[in-house]
Design a protein around this ligand. Sequence first.
Ligand SMILES: [Zn+2]
Length: 439
Amino acid sequence: MKRLVAGILSAALLTSAAAAASTDPELSGVEPAAAAAQTAYADLEQLPAYAATMEVLLDGITVKPVGYNIKGNNYYKLRDIAALLSGKECQFNVTWDGERRAINLVSGQAYEVVGGELGEQPMAQQTAALTREPVYLDGDTAALTAYNVQGNNYFKLVDIGEMLGFQVGYDPQTRTVLINTPVTPAPKPDVPDEPVIPETPETPEPETPAAPETPAEPETPNCVDGVLKIWIDPGHGGSDAGNVSKAVAGFDAPWGVQYAAGDPISEKDFNLAVSQMLCEMLEEDGVEVRMTRTDDTTVTASTRQTLFSTEGGGYDMIFSVHHNAYQSTAPQGAEILIQIAYENGGRGREFGELLKQEYMDMGQSFRRFVFQHSSTNSANDYYFVLRSARAGGALAFISEFCFMTNPEDQLWLLSEENLRAEARAQYNAIMEYFETHEY
Ligand SMILES: [Zn+2]
């Protein structure tokens, strides 16, 4: 992703869906009470927010999203950007998850208008506070800086662009923000097929015309060739940090960074460290391993979806390594996210049980298996990793070993030995599973 003056420009966005649940228009059907929303933020540090006055060009055409400049960065209204991009390759929808009290972005889906988009330009000056609500992209945590102004949340445009695949630049001579959307998908060598675009509600999955709540388990794995091939997916990376928490203790990280208690720690680093350890263990056993990333580079959700849906079928398993977070510190324990095709049993659940046992054997508590259906098409997986892997015919899992937001759980991550134990548990489960399953 090209970033012309990314440091100066962190343009950003706002969503009315991001107001607290009680004031969310999509839940309550009423407009958020700005005063109530402001009261909810009154305990947070208030910063001045100035009306963003730069010209914005979208693919060369002047557009007028509502924006503010906060601490030197531009932030634009999320729903304005979503409305502007609707119909383009990188379109996305914005919904409110009342259960998780989170903002959901759904990539590839046309934007559903709620009213008030691209409205009046902002007041000259307001106050802003860091927003409380977490943001999810296609079901996965998205690390984004956001500010709440007058009950609405504003995000950095470059962040959204990197996640959804459009370019954001800045021309300092004309003080113009430049948004460029891809006209055609980037060509993929040796993959003739078009990249898979996530289904819209109007497009049911072809294999399940009767739309049962849970699709049938595929009869046989499609990658049986006598060679065990595992695709490890270290979650997030680069500009996408995943969840960011505060270290509850000092920690000498295996990636060469010394953290003091209270320092911010990023999920992406732990995901990569555990993945690399797991990769080493598997390779020592002669397993063919592919890694989505081997360093701290950005891999967008749409890139991952394209990769898994077009190349996932060549692997016996896609194993995505994540670490969980929540807006309160209470939840703890391991979660294993499994494709909905295995909700009633079968290969997915069998592996899930093995991994659960391995995690429990090392002393970690187990919270739950998650079989989450897409809210727009119940025959689809909610999580894009699982959904796109299934589209490619691959068995896939997401491991959320612990909650980084729970102090006790986080201690699992704060030693190299513990990280290795986590990887060892994953290795054991994978090897045990393929003792009794074809590959
Ligand atoms: Zn994650």
